[in-house]
Ligand binder design. Sequence first.
Ligand code: BG6
Length: 448
Amino acid sequence: MKKVPTLLIIIGITGDLSQRKLLPAIEQIAVAGELPDDFRVIGVSRKKEVTIDDVLPKDKPFSYLREHSEIFHMDPTEEKDYQKLAAHLSSLEKKFGQPTQRIFYLSVPPQVSQSIIGFLGTSGIAALPQTKLLLEKPFGVDLASAKELVVNIEKYFAADQVYRIDHYLAKETAQNIIVFRENNSLFKKTWNKDFIESIEINASEFIGIEGRKTFYEQTGALRDLVQSHLLQLAALTLMDTPRAGMLHEVPKHRLAALRHLVLPPHQEVGTFAKRGQYLGYAEEVENPGSTVETFVSLTLYSTDPQWVGVPITLTTGKSLSRKNTEIRVRYKKDQGYEANELVLQLQPDDGVQLFIWAKKPGYSHLVSSHSLRFDFKEFYSFFPEAYEQVLFSGLNSDHTLFASSEEVLETWRILDPIQKAWGLSTDDMVFYKPGSEVKDVLALSAKA
Ligand code: BG6
């Protein structure tokens, strides 16, 4: 693949995501020899004293980035500064001597990103065909704000210039869902309502909010993980798989699956959407009486004839007993015989686990459940981080691992009634001890 000379302009370089995920990912891609020879990071900062040394994480030498990056001082909320930036980018491009792509990476609060997108538009930068926009969530806070955001972006950018990051789509097991479903005839033939009883997608986190007080107070678990990561995992699990060689059609298939997802009809929101908050959260964010949820468990259904009647439960929470991300597919019992369970494990380690029943050795005829397990790390040592894969795809203009604007709007369409109902009353909120198991939080909810 021809590597296109690239300028990566990071707006929000001093932010948590850029330092924890993006910069280490660039360094890794460089080490893997996958960056173009002509590549430069331009970190935008409004503070005059910030240098590249200040923004590079301290845990590794980052020798590639030390040589290939710089800070450009400007105020991204000032329209006039964009002309200065455009002139600087043109001078760098001249040095590269070939058509260069400009990738703008935005990791800033939504209000700020709206105006930056506008300025990229009015300055003429967005109109250049070599400009790409790489966006971090949140993509709105509800259906109406997400629509506004889409309209604002579409005013200046064509759909194929925009890359909306959902790093869960790039996790190895998430990418493996399609391969697993397509290449194992046993599962391919049974991947539907006739064989599958229920699907659970769980993303428990051991960590709390890690100091992101303002962000989390405006977000909560439903917007933070369900709207993006968990609904995308559900889409990958339920969608029609693409024909061989047609991976680029995956976003279209995910969208079709999302369009089929509905909340259980004629039921009160509280019966299918449970929420909780870990004890100590309100003090941590210094907002006594905060009604922001740090735990959600939500059951949906699909109207796709292949999936009618199969409950799909999405559960996530912070400050739980452990980090565990999995897609658990429960098969139906057959004429009273025990059922199998398949687990596609994303974290802590990527793998696949299948529970089967076997005879218990001995004189009796008892059976017991055992697991067959495949762990990627036992076989492969090259295991790029999701962020590396996202960035690699963006560099190479591959949209497969990115969420389209239609997908984002669909996810908000699904969640809007829950957000509305939750805005009216918080009587159903339960408070759980940090370190709880998911089942303990659900038990509290059942009693509430
Ligand atoms: C982010 C959320 O999108 O995903 C965080 O904003 C969350 O709150 C994180 O902790 C989880 O990602 P991962 O890859 O660590 O499971």
